[in-house]
Every structure is written in C-alpha cells, then in structure tokens.
Design a protein around this ligand. Structure first.
Ligand code: UDP
Length: 264
C-alpha cells in the first residue's frame, strides 16, 4: 500500500551547500519528530512528573512552532514503567510492556495540558485506542494537524510490546514524512563512553549509523538507529534542558551529536 503522498512543504528549506557555507551541519528542517524520554519528565523526582520540566519542554516546542516548524512529539514512559524492568521482577513481559505504553500516555496528557496553556494547539494520538483522552493514531490526520500548525503528541509507542519509544519515534518520523528525529536527553550528545563515569569520554559531533551500531552505543536503541539507517533519516541527540536547543538542532547548529549518512 502506498504511504502518504510526497509533501513538498516538509522538504528542507535551504540547499546543503548554502547550509555548509553558513556553518550549519544540515539545512534547516521543516518537520521533525521530537523524542522526549520519560526520564526527562521526572526531573529531580525519582518518579512521576515535574511540572517545571514539562513547562520547559513545552516552551522549547513553542519556540520551534513559532519559527514555523512542524513538530510532532513521541513521549516515553521511563519515569513510570519500563517493561524490561518490570519483567525482571516477575511480571509477564508483554503485559509489562503494555503498562509501559500506558505510562507514556500520562506524560502525553501532561505535555498537552502545558502546551495548551501556552496557547499551542495540540492533538494527542495514541497507538492503543482510548477515545476519551486521545485520537487514535491516524498518520494522514497527524499530517493535517501539523500542516495546520498543531503539535501532535504520539502516545502508547507503537502499540506493540518488545519495542521502545525510540523505535516509535523513528517509525512515526518515516510515516509522517519528517526530516529528522530529535532525541532530547539529559546528556549533551553521544560519547564514546559514559561521561558520568569517565571524565575523558569523547563526544562525537557527527557519527555514521554503522559506526554508532558497531560501537554498541546505548543512547538510542539499535532497532531505532537501524530503521533510520535503512531510510537515511538523520538523528540529533542533544541536551533538551539547554534553552533554545530544539530550534538550534532544527536549524543545523552544532548542538549535540548528528547521526547520519557520512559523506562517501
Ligand atoms: N513500549 C512498548 N512498545 C512500544 C513503546 C514502548 O512496549 O512501542 C513500552 C516498553 O515497556 C518501554 C515502555 O513502554 O520500556 C516505556 O517506553 P520507553 O522505555 O521507550 O520510554 P523512555 O525510555 O523514552 O522513557
């Protein structure tokens, strides 16, 4: 079956040569999927949601939307439940994964509420149908919302166990024709070893997909990176708590690590 029609409105706005001249890593993007880890929502709380953090995330999204960028967010649930961790404690893995997927929806609603209070139109779409709180995931409808300037928040991952919301971000980005996946984390990019344990850890400015996979790096899961690799979808891993970083990443400024096809 054919995917959504090619949409010229989300192609990058600049030629690559122009971008390189301006010192940008890539031309400005028009439509992005922003992956927000559940861990970010918790802030300093061990569990649950920090309203201050959600306020910051919403302000970053608002800044991007005000710059004419179409933003879809894929929200994680690690601040509440991760299937693999629950399974280690004896809960059936599939059921535990569904618990994890449901926890992402709680974060989605917190983000939706905060964005709407800032005057941003939003729609939550979930991969598990729950009519009272969200629309079902309908890619064409999601694209229409984005074209109208609404932020679309995707919840419940892919609706299937044994996947992560990183993989969901890659899949949703491909299906809605986004230019890139922006993975906001607590760390300011991809390092060759854990910077919290190794003070000499080296941060990559850019990284090829296969190099990322060969090094066994863990910031983004391998299924997600493989999917991006197979489809040439760029990923930026960056510190989401830095102010203005979302817009900077979209504009191709050097923020975090760009994972992409390396020049031959
Ligand atoms: N999950 C799943 N399928 C999906 C997405 C998520 O089963 O397509 C479950 C899985 O148990 C995962 C949990 O939901 O651990 C929360 O998502 P994730 O761990 O990706 O959240 P994050 O690490 O981004 O906070």
């Amino acid at each position: 079956m054919a995917g959504p029609p090619a949409d010229p409105s989300h192609s990058p706005t600049q030629a690559p040569a122009q971008a390189a001249q301006a010192g940008q890593q890539h031309p400005s993007w028009r439509r992005v999927v922003l992956k927000l880890s559940g861990g970010l929502f918790a802030g300093r709380e061990p569990l649950g949601i920090s309203p201050d953090v959600v306020q910051h995330l919403a302000a970053e999204i608002l800044a991007a939307v005000s710059n004419g960028i179409q933003v879809a967010a894929v929200v994680g649930g690690g601040n509440m439940f991760r299937g693999a961790a629950l399974a280690e404690r004896g809960i059936d893995r599939s059921r535990a994964d569904y618990m994890g997927m449901l926890s992402t929806v709680i974060n989605c609603l917190a983000l939706q509420d905060t964005l709407e209070k800032l005057g941003v139109d939003t729609r939550v779409q979930t991969a598990i149908t729950m009519g009272q709180v969200a629309e079902p995931y309908i890619p064409r409808r999601a694209i229409r919302h984005l074209e109208k300037g609404r932020v679309v928040i995707f919840g419940a991952g892919l609706g299937a166990p044994f996947f992560s919301t990183d993989t969901c971000a890659a899949q949703r980005a491909l299906e809605i024709g986004a230019d890139a996946v922006l993975k906001g984390t607590k760390v300011d990019g991809v390092y060759d070893s854990d910077p919290r344990k190794n003070p000499d850890a080296k941060r990559f400015e850019t990284l090829g997909y296969s190099e990322y996979l060969a090094r066994g790096l863990k910031v983004m899961d391998t299924t997600a990176v493989s999917l991006c690799m197979d489809n040439g979808l760029p990923i930026v891993v960056f510190a989401l708590m830095g102010e203005g970083n979302v817009v900077r990443a979209i504009r191709g400024e050097k923020v975090g690590t760009l994972i992409c096809r390396r020049d031959p």
